[in-house]
Design a protein around this ligand. Sequence first.
Ligand code: ZN
Length: 282
Amino acid sequence: MTVRLASFRGRAHLVVGQDDLLVDIEQVSHGLLPNDPMACFTRWDEVRSLARSVVVPGNAPKAILDTLDCPVPQPRQMFAIGVNYRKHAEEMGSTLPNNPLTFAKFQSSLNAPGGDIPIVGDTCDYESEVVAVISVGGREIAESEAWDHIAGLCAGQDISDRQLQLSGTPPQFSLGKSRRGFAPIGPWVGDVRDHPKRSDLMIGCAINGEVRQSTSTNDMIFDIPQLVSYLSTICELYPGDIIFTGTPSGVGHGRKPPVYLHPGDVIETTLEGVGTLRNRCI
Ligand code: ZN
């Protein structure tokens, strides 16, 4: 992992070393790089260079989950993909899609890596997901070049109000997945450009310590380069845009009988090679 970008007190920080020390990007670059995390994605190559040569100040604080802010606070676009893992398609009784099934999560649903999630009604569900963050945007991005357009990956939760998600005919997913706090991501954006297993990472989720989801991203129907390429044939992608890339099997809605989230539940979401979110339902 070459770069980990976190937001701490609203400012962009590198997370450095095994102790996860936070280094303020604007300060350590002597003002050459911005303090706004969103602006850092437009200058990702410079952030990567800084990370290679950074000297950690003696007073650097440790990154503690509950003190971190959402690492991508204002993406211009938030895409999300439904039915993108083979076993999840089975449990939801869905046929395999010919193209990525795409909906939106709206920006006001973003949440911090340790933020609380207000539960509404009796059918809120977890969906652990890999979230890809765009660095270099564009249109008509080739699959073979897609990784060069990605700053890195986050762990994410596509929290879903199933009743609202599935209420229409045909159902429209976006609002049921955009309630307050329904999109925690983080704990930071981890650069995987040089990661040998970047297409074969375990994504998992535990509720109150009980593992509910644990699957490699190699079970994806459309992998991350295919998603970036496909979306860019329709929408221009911008630096800092994020893509929720779909959830693997094991969601509460697919269990028999279904099991949903309740206030007091603790959701831990782990992406191999990146990190863990911990969100409490309230
Ligand atoms: Zn999802």
